[in-house]
Design a binder for this molecule. Structure first.
Ligand SMILES: CC(C)(COP(=O)(O)OP(=O)(O)OC[C@H]1O[C@@H](n2cnc3c(N)ncnc32)[C@H](O)[C@@H]1OP(=O)(O)O)[C@@H](O)C(=O)NCCC(=O)NCCS
Length: 245
């Protein structure tokens, strides 16, 4: 089942959720909206050193209250996005689909043989915050980027992503980045430029982006608060992507 305003998202007849499916041998992996019931697996994934050591934003240890706060916000955002997309006022029978400033699907799940699914990780777009630039330049770039109107091709976007370590190295994130970007980011959010940041040494993450056409610009020295250990000085890889018509 599908709905024109949600194109190319499909609707799961059972859960009524929109979803995207990864292609080929990864067809049992879907991207859906977040659910409050993701709390337990989310806590487990975000306390796993193979994941959280590479992520700057989530607190460590990642506690039930963190998951509750995060999921409440994310579920609300996804619901609002769906409501806006389905708003009858904006429904047109033909004509171009409107460009929107977000994506209702962000949580990766593996469909099991009995039809249930398991939370695997997340992927989302956000406006770039120019990590690695000098503070003054960074805040100016960030302000300009945040002020750009929805659909402006000059907006610089960023990706946040992670997958459970039980599923690392199976091609899941490479396919998820490709699918979300080509199916939703480019056509429905008008994404034309991206700047992503990954910690020095995060070979897997750099590779995922390079496989999707991102080009490594530089490695910058940055002060990072490692989520679960002490404060250390790290480098950050900066990679860029430009949409090719
Ligand atoms: C980074 C991460 C998202 C990659 O996801 P993934 O699904 O395991 O990646 P893929 O399986 O698509 O791998 C893509 C490529 O990277 C390589 N790769 C993946 N992990 C690697 C690692 N730890 N070391 C070296 N290469 C690695 C794969 O071999 C593959 O390359 P190939 O196709 O040339 O063989 C995942 O490892 C993760 O969640 N890490 C912790 C959180 C994180 O770093 N998030 C990104 C923050 S910027």
């Amino acid at each position: 089942m599908t709905h024109r305003m949600l194109h190319p998202l499909l609707i799961n007849a059972h859960t009524k959720e929109p979803y995207l499916q990864l292609p080929g041998r990864l067809h049992n992996i879907i991207i859906t909206p977040p659910r409050m019931s993701d709390a337990a697996p989310l806590i487990s994934v975000l306390n796993d050193p193979a994941v959280c050591n590479w992520l700057e934003a989530p607190p460590y240890p990642y506690l039930p209250e963190h998951a509750d706060w995060w999921l409440t916000n994310e579920v609300k955002k996804a619901d609002e996005m769906m409501r806006r997309l389905m708003d009858t006022e904006t429904l047109e029978l033909d004509g171009p689909l409107p460009v929107v400033d977000g994506c209702p699907v962000s949580h990766l799940r593996e469909i099991q043989e009995d039809g249930t699914d398991t939370f695997l990780g997340a992927i989302s777009f956000r406006r770039c915050c120019f990590q690695g630039e000098e503070p003054e330049l960074r805040s100016r770039l960030q302000k300009e980027n945040d002020e750009r109107l929805v659909g402006d091709p000059q907006i610089i976007w960023c990706i946040g992503d992670y997958v459970a370590s039980s599923h690392h190295g199976r091609g899941i994130m490479s396919a998820a980045v490709s699918t979300l970007l080509t199916e939703w980011g480019v056509p429905r959010m008008g994404i034309r430029r991206m700047r992503v940041e990954t910690a020095a040494g995060n070979v897997g993450s750099v590779r995922v982006f390079q496989k999707n056409g991102f080009v490594l610009e530089k490695l910058v020295e940055t002060e990072r608060i490692k989520t679960n250990y002490s404060e250390e000085t790290y480098g950050t890889n900066i990679l860029w992507w430009e949409h090719k018509e």
